[in-house]
Write a protein that binds this ligand. Structure first.
Ligand code: NAP
Length: 334
């Protein structure tokens, strides 16, 4: 035996244990619910990629029927093939997975999508508002709103309202809004500034944080409105954690291939895979806990920021949003 072998073996052991411990720690919580969703229809926006696609695979394993709402139909159709393969579902399962066109940057398109769903599907078990953008270059949508604000907040807001009638027909429907810890990094002035002048460009990080804070406020207020209405629809927001997906394509430190490659070893340790990232979404869909208007992180209920949990701000902000969209929603949908 060479001299110092104990030191080498010991170092390898401690190194491996540290790497294992770090990956386990950063992988986050795992959904332990064994509920099945056989024959239940679930709509997932942005299901062709990242967390939405990983969730679709998990749901197919649990027997759910899916509507993949994608802005690029070609990507959606390819995702359907991948989802069936990765979930090891029979080939004819494609009959249970519909791919539909949905562009959250177009309010008209959202309405067309919703009308189609209401015609084709009498009831829907769940809507997962997963599609989103991060650090998007400054751009206005055809409706005149800043892209991040519309994709991550106004689009899901109006889509959810359009789909409430088909969700309310289910005995225990669920809405899952995919938020982010970034909501903690913005304040009430950022929220006000972006909302009162949604055509102005701000820091992409602030736009993203505000869009996710707005989604949390919406979750809280909608939950109250649905309870008051006497429906059984549960609505919660989730934080998937830091997940390795295409969402960082515009983020300067990761958009550059050299920088990306340099960070890769660390990211392998501390960033979740999409399979790990979808666990909290899955938990919010399957848990027997019937809390509503809450925020989940790592498969557990978690306290959102004081701003996001303010009843007054969530109530006022809901009205402000209706005002912004007033020409698109009629009374019965509000
Ligand atoms: N990854 C993270 O670390 C992280 C952390 C916190 C929160 N999140 C949230 O998790 C959600 C999923 O993101 P991801 O990480 O899985 O990213 P992703 O792989 O880039 O997925 C985003 C999805 O949204 C779709 N999308 C973007 N703009 C759209 C539009 N206008 N209309 C319809 N669909 C649109 C994308 O379609 P295309 O493929 O056509 O672009 C894609 O399918 C987002 O809401 C994100 O904010 C992610």
């Amino acid at each position: 035996m060479p001299k110092g072998w104990k030191f080498i073996v010991g170092s390898i052991f401690i190194g491996s244990a540290t790497v294992y411990g770090l990956t386990k720690y950063f992988a986050g919580g795992v959904c332990k619910c064994n509920t099945r969703l056989d024959g239940q229809w679930v709509i997932i926006t942005g299901a062709n990629s990242g967390i939405g696609k990983a969730l679709a695979i998990e749901l197919v394993k649990r027997g759910a029927c899916l509507i993949l709402a994608c802005r690029d139909l070609k990507k959606g159709l390819q995702a359907r093939v991948d989802i069936i393969n990765e979930a090891k579902a029979p080939l004819d399962y494609h009959l249970n997975i519909h791919v539909k066109h949905l562009d959250l940057c177009s309010l008209v398109n959202i309405e067309i999508f919703a009308i189609g769903i209401k015609k084709e599907f009498p009831e829907i078990f769940a809507l997962v508002n997963c599609a989103g953008v991060f650090y998007h270059p400054p751009e206005l949508t055809e409706d005149g709103f800043e892209v991040t604000f519309q994709t991550n907040y106004l689009g899901p807001f109006i889509l959810t309202h359009y789909l409430l009638p088909v969700l309310e027909k289910q005995e225990h429907a669920r809405i899952v809004n995919v938020a982010s810890e970034a909501h903690r990094r913005v304040n009430v002035y950022d929220l006000k500034a972006i909302t009162t002048s949604p055509t102005e460009f701000r820091s992409p990080i602030v736009s993203y944080g505000v869009s996710k804070l707005a989604l949390l406020l919406f979750t809280r207020e909608l939950a109250k409105l649905l309870l008051n209405k006497g429906t059984n629809v549960i609505v919660n927001a989730v934080n998937p954690g830091n997940v390795e997906t295409a969402i960082f394509r515009h983020f300067p430190p990761l958009a550059n291939p050299w920088m990306f490659a340099l960070q890769k070893p660390i990211r392998l340790l501390v960033v979740k895979t999409p399979e790990q990232g979808c666990q909290t979404l899955l938990h919010a869909l399957l848990t027997s806990n019937r809390s509503t208007g809450q925020y989940y992180s790592d498969c557990k209920l978690c306290l959102a920021s004081p701003l996001a949990t303010s009843d007054k701000i969530s109530k006022d902000y809901y009205k402000v949003t209706l005002n912004l969209l007033k020409w698109h929603l009629n009374e019965s949908e509000c």
